[in-house]
Each structure stands twice: as structure tokens, then as C-alpha cells.
Ligand binder design. Structure first.
Ligand SMILES: [Zn+2]
Length: 81
């Protein structure tokens, strides 16, 4: 359940992390946002992992958030598929 602080933060995403497998099989009538089925969380070693539930595949493994603040570049995040 979101708290008052998190509920007040607007969606300011400017670049999506999509699963390459999902993009390949994206139904014509659906947007990538609608078809996406992802989970994001923190790993034991402090990285942020974005996971495709549909394909049991890592979409991104981010270990340097400062790099993301400078501007998202897929080469800075370990995009694996
Ligand atoms: Zn997928």
C-alpha cells in the first residue's frame, strides 16, 4: 500500500525497460505498456533487477544509479536480452 509520500510522487518515467522477448511477440492490438509483465526489486548485493515474469528473464540489472541519473543509456545498465 502506498504511503502519503510515495502517493504524491508523479510518474516521471522517460524511458521504459522492456523485455526483448515480449517486444518480439507483442500483439498488434496492445501497447508495450499493456503487454509488459514485469517485477522490479533489489538483489542481495544491492542491485536493482527488472525481471520479465512472462519469460523468466532479466530485463536489466542496475548497479550504478548515478549513471541512470546522468541519462539512461542501455549500455550503462546491464540489459541482457
Ligand atoms: Zn518478456
Amino acid at each position: 500500500m502506498p504511503n502519503q509520500f510515495t502517493a504524491s510522487i508523479p510518474n516521471s518515467i522517460v524511458g521504459y525497460m522492456n523485455c526483448g522477448f515480449c517486444q518480439d511477440e507483442l500483439p498488434d492490438e496492445m501497447s508495450p505498456e499493456e503487454y509488459s509483465w514485469v517485477q522490479a526489486g533489489v538483489t542481495e548485493d544491492g542491485k536493482i533487477q527488472v525481471w520479465c515474469i512472462r519469460h523468466n528473464a532479466t530485463i536489466a540489472l542496475v548497479d550504478d544509479l548515478r549513471a541512470l541519473k546522468r541519462g539512461f543509456d542501455q549500455n550503462q545498465a546491464a540489459v541482457l536480452n
